[in-house]
Design a protein around this ligand. Sequence first.
Ligand SMILES: [Zn+2]
Ligand SMILES: [Zn+2]
Length: 302
Amino acid sequence: MGTSTSSTEKNLSICEHLIGSLNVPIISNCSQCYGTGFIYENYSRKMGGYTSCSCIAGLCGQKVCLPPYEFYQPEIRAMKPCSCRSIRSTVRKIQYLEKKAYIPRRYKGFFLDHIRLDHAPASSGLFTALDYAEEIVSKFGSQEWNPKGLYLYGGTGRGKTLISCAILNELLRFHKISVRFAKINRDILRKLRSSFNPNSEIYGEGLKIEEELAEVKVLVVDDFGVQQETQWVVSVLYDLIDTRYENNLLTILTSNEPMSFWKETAGGRIYSRLQEMCREIHIDAPDYRLSFRDATKTEEQC
Ligand SMILES: [Zn+2]
Ligand SMILES: [Zn+2]
């Protein structure tokens, strides 16, 4: 149990540090939601979601507060929005953004402070990646620091997807921006291919799919690589990366291959773009996919 206590303390400090640098409105001194008014709750292993924290009931002063969260004020003879209304609409916005993010269930509600570094060797790249992830989250949207890309590579199960989803979750809950997770083959190439098929239910929607991926504020492209390099695949990937770069939008790529792998692909076009826009970090940590749900459990108990 000793380990779990120390990792809880560590978790809190990372979280507080982030909140301090983010100008998130703090509405209470609640330790469960860090005063933000909302939490991520895991109802079961398969279900979870953002919800308003119990501490916001204290804002209302009402026994029961129901939509549209207004109450009659006799002094002004009119309805007045309850003090809880703005936080409730924030929660709805976060819920909506999460729905559109397509983050895999196992990584939903997984945050940077759930990643435990206790047993990670210094050479694992995990410390570097986490520092950079925190920098992205704390400085996101600031004028002077505007990273366009992060390229995480390493073997399967090393924590690349975990870290990139934690970044998405942090950006979503604290900056309330549109984020999106997409696996290169399943969610991008295969979908675009079937948009050419008249029998497919997404027939003709290729452009819409490409636009969505090109416009979302932060995109994770998971398993970045190509099974079969064709001119079409190369041009889809290049156009996506290039459009996002031109639009000043952050793209996070995870891959089993180092960035130099792309030197030989497509005459190096993709490689030179990646080099311009991405910080490259090699992750070689122990298998982090297996242990993270324990950390979530610790937060549930708080
Ligand atoms: Zn609270
Ligand atoms: Zn209320």
